[in-house]
Design a protein around this ligand. Structure first.
Ligand SMILES: C[S@@+](CC[C@H](N)C(=O)[O-])C[C@H]1O[C@@H](n2cnc3c(N)ncnc32)[C@H](O)[C@@H]1O
Length: 197
């Protein structure tokens, strides 16, 4: 059975438009079959973007881990034009969609690439993610520890996780790994987590 987190999509391509509507920005994004929440921007993603966060310093690197067709990375690139927005996903079609959306929207500060293509020396002032809970606990933990290890000093991660998909146990696990986790929002069944070292 195909999943949105497969590396390549079996689903025949059928591009379509999705509207991203936020108080500070509206954008028409191109989505496609075989990527996460392809028909409309995920409600958890919208809550994460509505809540926002502190402004990063100009020139810093930010990453959207599991970018899908790009709603998080593209919004951050729009909000912080002097920062570099890395958008990574295991799903090749998702990376291509994010790159094409960035071009169409005139956001030259987006680097949409496969996860392994981010130069290893890059450290992130901010990590943003609507993480792929459905990959399973071991793979999710591995993904989060891999990227959180690349937080710059003083950096923070912002995650959105559905309560019924285990946000509280994920927060407890992160604390056990030595991170500080603050719940910075809770709306419509989604928890917004701020993770720092
Ligand atoms: C819940 S979706 C969020 C997508 C997008 N950020 C959004 O808000 O619509 C999680 C994404 O993580 C991706 N993913 C799964 N495993 C991954 C991995 N090991 N590395 C990077 N991305 C991964 C999936 O392909 C999927 O696009």
């Amino acid at each position: 059975m195909p999943h949105y987190f497969d590396r390549t999509s079996e689903a025949p391509s059928r591009p379509h438009q999705v509207d991203l509507v936020l108080a500070d920005w509206r954008a028409e994004l191109v989505s496609d079959r075989g990527v996460f929440s392809s028909g409309a921007v995920d409600p958890g993603t919208l809550e994460l973007l509505r809540a926002g966060g502190r402004a990063p310093e100009d020139g810093s690197d930010l990453v959207d881990v599991g970018c899908g067709y790009g709603p998080i990375a593209l919004t951050l690139a729009h909000r912080f034009p002097a920062c570099t927005l890395w958008a990574v996903d295991i799903n090749k079609r998702a990376v291509e969609l994010t790159g094409a959306n960035a071009q169409r929207l005139g956001l030259p500060n987006v680097r949409a690439v496969a996860p392994e293509a981010v130069p290893p020396e890059v450290r992130f002032a901010q990590i943003w993610s609507n993480p792929p809970i459905r990959v399973g606990k071991a793979a999710l933990h591995d993904l989060l520890t891999t990227w959180l290890a690349r937080l710059a000093s003083g950096g923070e991660a912002r995650l959105v996780v559905q309560r019924h998909l285990g946000s509280d146990s994920l927060a407890a696990w992160l604390r056990g790994e030595g991170y500080t986790v603050d719940r910075v929002g809770s709306k419509k069944g989604y928890r917004l987590l701020r993770v720092t070292r």
